[in-house]
Design a protein around this ligand. Structure first.
Ligand code: AMP
Length: 500
């Protein structure tokens, strides 16, 4: 069996690896480290969780032992698609480079240019960047790339998804042709292969796991749901509650906006939850991740940015709130659980409109995923909204259907429509008020509100109270309409058939 000592790494590196508790290299490490040490280009096809980071960090540390950095002229450059990944690589340099005195600079967005400049002035042995921030520094004339001996392009397929390829091409042109290039990708679609062909010279190709493979230790299940967001949230809550052994979980959404909405909803329902997506500033993201790692937060709602490369070794469950649009993302998402031989569970909420994407996933992973509690044909009736619980008159029903949109009231008055036009505010609230009743009801509702100070016993209030409590019980706690807080005005609780 190959050991780290067989790979040609320096004593300093071997000692740090031993201190980290690793004795046996992973397949990507034993495949990539020896040729990397011989200054060969590498094309590594490996998913996160395979020990990929150490497969380039360890040989880089060994090679960097000879020579020193000059001001503003980094010796090596690592490109990462996200800030989190860049920060994790920096942590790896700290861990494995503890016996070295190397200057590692992290250039990522959300951190001040000043601090980063100071590091660059001291001379960086290792520069770890997201492409945009690196180009910003170059444009400010603060960096000279002509001293770069090793270029690492990590997570190339993610770079492609995120539109970074033109940036990477610009960066690569600034670096001497004689450099060594280490290129890693979890998948190798044709566009990535073309890129690899352009950047690499006679590379050693190491493929450690089929990009489409999912760990056998992960139990995968599909869960049928109606497709309204509040229905999906209810399905998710039931699913979470049904797990006896839920230690922690990542919940993936396709869109950033849904991350925020779902996070708020789960929080309101009393779950221990945090959120992670690309729009958060660096400090909040780092704090959030640390809290999740430390077990202070049980559930982490995340977008796909968080799906790749994050070193969260002990995730028990993955919930896909949405079926991912790109089939490879499914593999990455569920790769967050079942790591290092542990068992994990991955649930995907599926609605009728997801069949195309689900088919693509099953094709990619070459297996059919089992349904947890019956497929879409066995779904119970949708959750009741106020309106759907009452028979609606033909004219109104037809008008809604023709408009093909949610049953929002329309009004010529700008401030009225503003409240309703914001999808964040309205999308989840299963309350329906007919357009033509709204104006009248609003006017009517203003009066009792104004005269509440002089409230007289009114039998209608009992009815209103009932409706309010029924509303509060029935609705999913999605975002509350702005301006109302939790105190929903009376007019919004008037049943749809008030005029009927
Ligand atoms: P990565 O694929 O780089 O994200 O690494 C995934 C996890 O594997 C990290 O927690 C590493 O610390 C860990 N790891 C890296 N190399 C080894 C190894 N040789 N043996 C066991 N674990 C490792």
């Amino acid at each position: 069996m190959t050991t780290f000592a067989d790979l040609g790494l320096s004593q300093k590196v071997l000692s740090a690896v031993a201190d980290a508790g690793y004795s046996i290299p992973t397949p990507i490490q034993s495949g990539a480290i020896p040729p990397a040490l011989q200054r060969r280009d590498i094309c590594g096809i490996a998913q996160t969780g395979t020990g990929k980071t150490a497969s380039f960090v360890l040989p880089m540390l060994t090679l960097l032992e000879n020579g020193r950095a000059r001001a503003r002229m980094p010796r090596t450059l690592i490109l990462e698609p996200t800030r989190e990944l860049a920060a994790q690589v920096a942590e790896n340099f700290e861990k494995y480079g503890k016996n070295h005195k190397l200057n590692v600079a992290l250039l990522i967005g959300g951190v001040s240019f000043e601090d980063q400049n100071r590091k660059l002035e001291r001379g960086a042995d290792v520069l770890i960047c997201t492409p945009g921030r690196l180009l910003d520094h170059c444009e400010r004339g603060k960096l000279l790339m002509t001293g770069v001996e090793i270029l690492v392009i990590d997570e190339a397929d993610r770079m492609l998804d995120m539109g970074f390829i033109p940036d990477i091409e610009r960066i690569a042109k600034m670096i001497p042709f004689t450099r060594q290039t280490l290129f890693f990708s979890a998948t190798m679609p044709p566009e990535i292969q073309k890129l690899a062909d352009r950047f690499l010279q006679n590379p050693e190709r190491i493929e450690v796991a089929k990009p489409s493979s999912t760990a056998t230790t992960v139990t995968q299940r599909l869960v049928a749901s109606h497709n309204k967001d509040y229905e999906k949230r209810s399905t998710l809550r039931e699913l979470i509650k049904a797990q006896d052994d839920l230690k922690n979980a990542i919940i993936f959404c396709n869109r950033k906006k849904d991350v925020a909405d779902l996070f708020r909803s789960l929080e309101r329902h009393g779950f221990s939850v945090g959120a992670l997506h690309g729009d958060m500033d660096q400090r909040s993201r780092t704090t959030m991740l640390q809290n999740f790692r430390d077990g202070n937060i049980q559930l982490l709602v995340a977008s796909d940015v968080a799906a790749r490369g994050l070193d969260l070794p002990d995730v028990g469950h993955v919930f896909n709130f949405d079926v991912p649009i790109h089939a490879e993302d499914y593999v990455h998402r569920i790769g967050r659980t079942g790591r290092a031989g542990r068992s994990g569970r991955a649930f995907t909420i599926v609605t009728k409109s997801d069949s195309k994407h689900l088919d693509a996933i099953e094709k990619l992973i070459t297996q059919k995923i089992e349904w947890e509690n019956g497929d879409l044909s066995n779904l119970p009736a949708p959750m009741e909204s106020f309106e759907s619980s009452k028979p609606r008159k033909g004219k109104d029903r037809d008008r809604d259907r023709d408009k093909g949109r949610s049953r929002r009231p329309s009004s010529g008055h700008k401030s009225d429509t503003q409240e309703w036009d914001n999808p964040v505010e309205t999308q989840d609230v299963p309350v329906a008020v007919k357009a033509d009743t709204l104006k009248t009801e609003r006017k009517a509702a203003e009066k009792p509100q104004n005269s509440q100070r002089h409230q007289r016993p009114n039998p209608a209030n009992d009815d209103l109270r009932d409706r309010r409590s029924r509303y509060n019980r029935d609705r999913d706690d999605g975002p509350t309409p702005v301006g109302f807080g939790d105190d929903i005005p009376a007019f919004m609780l008037i049943a749809a058939n008030a005029k009927a």
